[in-house]
Design a protein around this ligand. Structure first.
Ligand code: ADP
Ligand code: MG
Length: 702
């Protein structure tokens, strides 16, 4: 039946012998008919129009001609031997040339026969010819099949060598699509979904995507196939969310008790923003529901996620549970520990810190405290997930700056109690809605879409190297006003050695421009020990130094309100979300803050757009949209584990609307039939299983 035909190994297709099958597998991962049929065109050329020979006037342009072959000859000596055929139409004659496969071609071509020819014109000694054109005898059938838009396929050098360039691949697809019929191509969407969105049938869509009969049908085919692809991604995500809600029991936090109230009423350092209030409420509802919470909090840098995490942890404590907060770096863990210990100081709660550099003795005490339940809140790095860390009664796990943790690590947290603790994930950077729906479509999400009041927008400037003097002058001004300055250097693994050189050179130059003792400079990078880093951080925090030179270790989370200037060196080497994160380190205090992007003169178009975007806006969501358009979903953080990579035709940067429709449609199906038990929905289950074989959704953690 359906899957059987498409699962046929590609070598069975007429014209594809073992050798071509092998290169198809190696080069394009095409193993089966299904892989070939989903090797979708990446563009189309218009073939509705025929040109006359006289109109062939532009070198390297593609032309479609129709005429009679009038002469076929081999020309040249042994080395330059080639086949030349003359094509004549009412306006003139053009030479068609074959260097390879000439003998075969010579046997195939017939004089005084009408052909349709399509290819690239090349100018040679003032005359045009066409080398290796596509050429077909004019038949009524061909004319009827003449697509208005011809598909163009990705190929590779090795494939071309085996005659599998775009045209070769199209020929294979022609053979394959001719074999498709209602029996071997089963419909993959239910009649009601098809009707709701007026979709082409699967069979028709597959034929039209490769060999469109018209522009309208091509668009319909694209829509149908993108819709289907996104529909199944969403159905899978929504379904696993549903299953989690149905099946995964969670600890019930139904009390809002003394700890929470006392803190909220007496020790909150400032009024919560409305967005923070709303999100805390959403979390409270989740944790009181009896189901395990898996909630993602998205919020721009500086939107106050830490406080939301803290209030959630207090709820856990009120209900007799412990809580932990996991951060991606040691510096950040320490900073959270410092902030939270200070905030909770008057509350008599026991907060502990665990990182990779915790001493054995301290560790032992800490382990004992956790098991006895005397430690209420544990803050740390991934050291938290080690098996030796055993809690008396862990009720809530907060994961800060999520994207640095892998699936397996998150899964391990689930095993820290008899049933999975609630999980709250806080993202480092906003991500576009379309991507969020796909990456986190199986989580419940909250958005903190409001910054605390009184924040002055950060002014971002883009300087070229020649403006360095101006930069130094500006820094001196700001330092004279009592502010502190970050200077960040890129650190990219492959060029680590050179990067450290740059950092060191920059630091030496700074010492010249900002000489001691008047100026003091901290330096923090990955080659330092934790103690050294800590020491340097502390000097900066205590305002003993005015400048902090760093690699991206300060990228995430660090909060030093008096630092109001962020200088990013070689800014063109950073991605947009990184730049935005770095900029988010300033603008945290009352002072006007600045971000200065230093780049060289020569910038590519993408880098230019990144700089312009940074200068134009402070809005993390807007920035993430540009980022997605520039890089495509595959390169964004976290996408590798999401199934986004499996998308063959839909494009999250372009197809937001289709995604929205597909998600609503999948949601509607589940609303009516949560277990997909209805006969008409069996098809969906089968399809999920069929596709599911190779996928990994990260909802399956734990
Ligand atoms: P992020 O969301 O980037 O983790 P933080 O939680 O570090 O942000 O908060 C950024 C800064 O804003 C901190 O200095 C914090 O004390 C402050 N802050 C958080 N919430 C509020 C609020 N409601 N009003 C004023 N300042 C706040
Ligand atoms: Mg934070």
């Amino acid at each position: 039946m359906n899957s059987h035909f498409l699962d046929t190994p590609i070598g069975y297709l007429k014209g594809i012998g073992p050798q071509r099958a092998e290169v198809l597998q190696k080069e394009l991962f095409i193993f089966t008919y299904k892989d070939l049929i989903t090797h979708y065109p990446f563009r189309y050329v218009d073939r509705t129009r025929f040109h006359s020979v006289r109109e062939v006037t532009e070198d390297s342009a593609y032309y479609q001609l129709r005429g009679h072959i009038v002469e076929i000859d081999f020309v040249g000596d042994k080395r330059t031997k080639r086949l030349v055929a003359k094509l004549r139409d009412s306006s003139g004659i053009i030479e068609l040339v074959w260097f390879q496969g000439a003998k075969w071609m010579a046997e195939k071509l017939k004089s005084n026969t009408e052909y349709i020819v399509y290819g690239k014109a090349t100018s040679f000694m003032g005359r045009f010819n066409m080398a290796h054109p596509e050429i077909d005898v004019v038949t009524p059938e061909l004319l009827a099949n003449q697509s208005s838009f011809q598909s163009v396929y990705h190929s590779t050098e090795k494939l071309k060598y085996r005659n599998l360039d775009s045209d070769g691949i199209r020929k294979c697809l022609r053979l394959l699509t001719l074999q498709l019929n209602e029996q071997n191509i089963q419909e993959t969407l239910t009649p009601s979904v098809i009707q709701d969105f007026k979709l082409l049938s699967k069979l028709e869509a597959l034929k039209q995507i490769h060999f469109p009969d018209s522009k309208v049908l091509l668009e319909k085919a694209k829509f149908r196939l993108k819709f289907e692809e996104l529909f199944y991604v969403q159905l899978r995500l929504l379904r696993s969310n549903l299953v989690r809600h149905q099946l995964t029991q969670g600890f019930v936090f139904n009390k809002v008790g003394d700890t929470f109230n006392n803190f909220y009423n007496h020790h909150l350092p400032f009024q919560l923003t409305n967005a923070q209030k709303r999100v805390v409420k959403e979390i409270r509802v989740d944790m009181g529901s009896g189901k395990q919470m898996s909630r993602l909090v998205q919020g721009d840098v500086g939107s106050g996620k830490t406080l939301v995490a803290l209030l959630s942890m207090l709820l856990a404590i009120d209900n007799g549970f412990q809580a932990c907060l996991m951060a991606p770096t040691e510096i950040l863990a320490k900073q959270h520990f410092a902030t939270i210990s200070e905030l909770l100081e008057p509350m008599g709660l026991n907060v502990a810190l665990l990182t990779g550099s915790s001493k054995t003795k301290a560790r032992r005490e800490l382990h004992a405290g956790l098991e006895a339940g005397t430690i209420h809140i544990l803050i740390g790095t991934h050291a938290l997930i080690e098996d030796v860390v055993i809690f008396k009664n862990l009720g809530l796990v907060v994961i800060d700056e999520q994207h640095r943790f892998g699936v397996a690590q998150r899964g391990k947290m689930h095993k820290k109690n008899t049933q999975p603790p609630h999980v709250l994930i806080m993202t480092a950077t906003p991500i576009p809605r379309t991507l969020a729906m796909t990456l986190y479509g199986d989580l419940d999400t909250s958005v903190i879409d409001e910054l605390p009041p009184g924040r002055k927008p950060i002014t971002t400037m883009h300087f070229m190297e020649s403006q360095r003097l101006r930069l130094i002058g500006f820094m001196k001004e700001q330092i004279a006003l009592g502010r502190q300055v970050y200077i960040v250097y890129p650190l990219i693994q492959e060029s680590e050695k050179m990067d450290y050189q740059n950092l060191q050179m920059g630091y030496d130059a700074l010492l010249n421009d900002f000489p001691p003792p008047h100026y003091q400079i901290s330096i923090v990078h990955g080659k330092l020990t934790t103690q050294q880093k800590e020491f340097e951080m502390q000097r900066f925090i205590k305002q003993e130094t005015q400048i902090m030179v760093a690699t991206t270790v300060i990228e995430v989370g660090v909060n030093i309100p008096n630092a109001s200037v962020m200088v990013i060196e070689s800014a063109e080497r950073f991605g947009l979300s990184q730049l935005h994160q770095l900029r988010g380190r300033v603008g945290r205090g009352a002072d006007k803050s600045y971000c200065i992007l230093m780049t060289s003169y020569k910038l590519g178009a993408d880098s230019k757009l990144r700089m312009e975007t940074m200068v134009r806006t402070n809005d993390g969501f807007e920035i993430s949209e540009v980022d997605l358009k520039l890089r495509g979903p595959g390169d964004l953080d976290g996408t590798q584990q999401s199934g986004v990579m499996d998308l063959k035709i839909a494009d999250l940067a372009q197809d937001g609307q289709i995604l929205q429709m597909a998600r609503s449609s999948a949601q509607a199906v589940l609303n009516e039939d949560p277990n997909l038990a209805a006969p008409e929905n069996q098809l969906l289950i089968q399809q999920l299983q069929y596709q599911g074989k190779t996928r990994s959704s990260w909802s399956k953690i734990g």
